[in-house]
Write a protein that binds this ligand. Structure first.
Ligand SMILES: [Zn+2]
Length: 87
């Protein structure tokens, strides 16, 4: 398997490219798992880490969506206050 970023061939047991030091993507780790039939403990740990990172990002995005309605209500309230204040 070659590195997705620099094309350097990656040894079977490595989860990080020895040339550009970038982590393999989850997709590549999955591909390798299918090819080898097993995962090295290290690659498994990296996959778990990436999974946790993705999960955290999704949770952060959901929180961001939850904040938006409050911001909208605040803006509407401000506009109402402004209109009342002008008249
Ligand atoms: Zn590389």
């Amino acid at each position: 398997m070659n590195c997705k970023y620099c094309g350097y061939p990656i040894p079977k047991a490595a989860a990080i490219c020895p040339h550009c030091k970038r982590m393999l993507t989850q997709e590549q780790l999955k591909q390798r798992k299918e090819m080898n039939g097993y995962m090295t403990p290290y690659a498994e740990r990296i996959e778990k880490l990436q999974y946790e990172m993705n999960k955290n990002n999704i949770e952060k995005n959901e929180q961001h969506i939850n904040i938006k309605p409050y911001a909208l209500i605040l803006i509407v309230l401000l506009i109402i206050i402004l209109i009342v204040w002008i008249f």
